[in-house]
Write a protein that binds this ligand. Structure first.
Ligand code: G4P
Length: 528
């Protein structure tokens, strides 16, 4: 293998932070960036370019909702490594976007608020990480505030997720009593200093366990507790099992306080040591692409509409999977068999030219080629094989949609088609397409507002939306043929845009009942 390529792959770490809103993801992201040299914000470049439109209607929608819709990819250099941090929107309603971003990550950091423990969004996202077999680090945040007992939190992770929670550090106190963490591998104490403010990348003061500094920092009571807890930990003495972490059976656990930048450096250092470098990726024909393969391949995992109404361009985010990317490369989009010259990333990253001049496996590049890409596309300079599909996530909200003016139906369908390609929405139809009105399916209801807004703004179609009472969908893997109906009371038979059959249910219970009664249908929560 090309030595430069191998070196570049080995020094890359591409990960995403998953958490429930308010656990501190934005704060942790900001602190991580303090450790990076030149910070490059892919999303914010686009944002800056569109600054004039910051006050456009689109942004008004964002502001009205008090959320940030745009997500960014952050890249920074740290200790001779290249860190790609896939930042994901935190708002619950955009979780499908977050899910897709995980398709581009090699590992995740699960961020938990020490007082709240595992929360609904943590749970959902963890399940996706597990489905993708991504190794998981855990960072228990806000230790500077009163929180739950560390053992209790570890126990919760183990019980809920069925994995081993292995504390690589142990916290000393919490809230007003928080004094720092003990790192088990080095048997050293990182002392917490509440006054730092956390605006610079600082090395915490690190001392040995017999240092007199501990007496001063801890006080008698804390010191006694510390000695007792650490001796128990040392006795428990289990070795950290790296293979179990890589296999998703164990999560190394850190404790810290993002807002004061405490424990962040330790986390980052261990990510470099322990988290996986970009690895191989499976293809639909059962093969796999190795990062060191000489052909360049990439996976489109996200498409973001550029909110500039004058240029209806869209940015496709491409995760480099193998080989070296160079600007002006001609690749084939395997789905469409079309050849495309990748000349325009330069435009997107105008201010950070060198970023797009070349990229290596694990990096993310933005491409402004309107219409050329859809989510899940594989592009390559090599053999025409496609990566496994990115699964859709089971929608939980359904509504029929039609134009207020019937004559606008064509525009409506065109707009919906494009929005579906971006992954903003899924389109369903009544079974056999008995009704002309499409059914929109989404993970969160806010997606409906966004779609309606964009249909009006970008495609000039005003729409009427009729919410439906269904709460989940199951796809029929073994289609019994068009003559066999599956519908029962309180369900609705539908088909998706590709003609796959599905059934909508009002309750989990109804879905379970049909699954039990008709095992031959093989009902699944998403079709890959
Ligand atoms: P999110 O992206 O996960 O939604 O969370 P975000 O970072 O915005 O943090 C949510 C709130 O939690 C913020 O407070 C933030 O300052 C606080 N926070 C984050 N990390 C820590 C921590 O380690 N300790 C403590 N005590 N607080 C933390 P806020 O009041 O909502 O905003 P602000 O007034 O701080 O701006």
């Amino acid at each position: 293998m090309d030595e430069t390529l191998q070196h570049e792959i080995g020094r890359r770490r591409t990960f995403a932070i998953i958490s429930h809103p308010d656990a501190g993801k934005t704060t942790l992201t900001e602190k991580l960036l303090l450790y990076g040299g030149a910070v490059r914000l892919a999303g914010s470049v686009t944002a800056r370019r569109n600054e004039r439109h910051a006050r456009s209607d689109w942004m008004k929608l964002e502001q009205k909702r008090g959320i940030s819709i745009t997500s960014t990819v952050l890249q920074f250099n740290y200790k001779d490594h290249v860190v790609n941090l896939l930042d994901t929107p935190g708002h619950e309603d955009f979780s499908e976007d977050t899910y897709r971003t995980l398709a581009a990550a090699d590992s995740v950091v699960m961020l938990i608020d020490a007082a709240n423990g595992i929360e609904p969004q943590t749970r959902k996202l963890y399940e996706v990480a597990r489905m993708r077999r991504l190794p998981v680090f855990t960072f228990i945040n806000k230790m500077d505030r009163p929180g739950r007992q560390p053992l209790d939190l570890l126990d919760e992770i183990e019980r809920e997720f069925g994995i081993l929670a292995f504390p690589l550090v142990w916290p000393i106190g919490d809230g007003a009593d928080f004094r720092g963490v003990y790192e088990r591998a080095t048997k050293q104490v990182h002392l917490f200093n509440r006054a730092t403010g956390g605006d610079t990348a600082t090395v915490a003061s690190v001392v040995d366990t017999d240092s007199p500094a501990l007496d001063r920092a801890f006080g008698v009571e804390n010191l006694a507790r510390f000695r007792e807890e650490t001796s128990l930990l040392d006795e428990a003495g289990a070795e950290f099992d790296h293979a179990a972490y890589l296999g998703g059976d164990l999560t190394p656990v850190f404790f810290g306080s993002a807002v004061t930048n405490f424990g962040v450096e330790l986390l980052l250092d261990r990510i470099l040591d322990l988290a996986p470098a970009p690895g191989p990726r499976a293809t639909r024909d059962g093969g796999r692409v190795e990062p060191g393969d000489s052909a360049f391949t990439g996976l489109v995992f996200k498409i973001q509409a550029n909110m500039d109404p004058n240029h209806r361009d869209r940015v496709a985010f491409l995760r480099a999977v193998s080989g070296k990317f160079e600007r002006d490369m001609v690749v084939t989009n395997v789905r469409t068999s079309k050849k495309i010259r990748l000349a325009r990333p330069q435009k997107l990253f105008a201010e950070e030219r060198e970023l797009t001049a070349e990229a290596f496996p694990g990096d993310v590049i933005g491409l402004v080629n309107p219409g050329a890409f859809a989510i899940g596309d594989t592009v390559t300079t090599g053999p025409l094989t496609q990566f496994e599909k990115i699964p859709h996530f089971s929608p939980e909200q359904f509504a029929t949609i039609r134009p207020t003016t019937p004559a606008k139906r064509k525009q409506l369908l065109k707009g919906l088609q494009q929005l579906a390609e971006e992954g903003a929405i899924q389109i369903l139809w009544t079974f056999g397409r008995t009704s002309p009105d499409p059914i929109l399916a989404a993970v969160g209801a806010l997606q409906f507002d966004v779609v309606r807004f964009r249909l009006e703004d970008e495609y000039g179609v005003e729409t009427l939306l009729q919410p439906m009472s269904y709460a989940l969908a199951r796809w029929v893997r073994n289609d019994p043929g068009p003559d066999v109906r599956i519908e029962q009371r309180g369900t609705m038979e539908v088909e998706d845009d590709e003609g796959h059959r599905a059934v909508l249910f009002e309750t989990q219970w109804a879905a379970r009942r049909l699954t039990d009664e008709r095992p031959e249908l093989n009902l699944v929560s998403s079709i890959v």
